[in-house]
Write a protein that binds this ligand. Structure first.
Ligand SMILES: [Mn+2]
Length: 197
């Protein structure tokens, strides 16, 4: 199997971002973005998705976190799409339920070749640690639009906002891991009746 790795650099007047990803990693991550709460969440993707992630970003944080968060989602999506390649022999679909104390989230992913996001997270607070939680939707929008995946995210229960979003990112990591795993019964086969994804 070819190495499922990618490195993408994306520069605009607002942000300068580099993402390195290895889908067959061990869950190592290294971040230098200036947005610690986002880093805490992306750490969950690496750890629970068993992907290695290195993300560096500089940008207009003096305005707010918006451009940085959205553009990291976009660049991560581009790197993911490149790394996942032709999708031959993979499971394609993944899902996970993850709890954290009182919170419970479900994430379902389809490496469909079509972008789509349905995200329903009834946050109990508007921000955590100075981070605007509604930016997570921008992050996932950026990701799906550039990775060309369908993503359904539902926080089913939760009182603590930190728990709510952390269960989303852990479930996303787990669902991703399932979807990109090789299915030995599908070796060399594209998991679609269309013959391509
Ligand atoms: Mn936490």
């Amino acid at each position: 199997m070819a190495a499922r790795k990618a490195r993408v650099e994306r520069n605009t007047l607002e942000t300068q971002i580099t993402v390195e990803i290895d889908l067959d990693g061990t869950g190592k991550s290294s971040f230098d973005t200036g947005v610690p709460f986002l880093e805490h969440m992306m750490d969950q993707i690496a750890r629970h998705g068993l992907v290695d992630l290195t993300i560096k970003s500089t940008g207009d944080l003096h305005i707010d976190d918006h451009h940085t968060v959205e553009d990291i989602g976009i660049t991560l999506g581009q790197a993911f799409k490149q790394a996942v390649g032709d999708k031959k022999g993979i499971r394609r679909y993944g899902h996970a339920y993850v709890p954290l104390d009182e919170a419970l989230s479900r994430v379902v992913i389809d490496l469909s070749g079509r972008p789509g996001l349905a995200m329903d997270v009834p946050y109990t607070r508007a921000s955590v640690g100075g981070f605007d939680v509604d930016l997570f939707e921008e992050f996932f929008h950026g990701f799906v639009n550039h990775s060309m995946v369908t993503l359904h995210i539902d926080n089913l229960k939760g009182k603590n906002t930190h728990h709510q979003i952390e269960t989303v990112f852990k479930a996303f990591g787990r669902a991703l891991r399932m979807a990109i795993e090789m299915d030995e019964r599908m070796a060399g086969i594209t998991p679609s009746t269309k013959g391509s994804l």
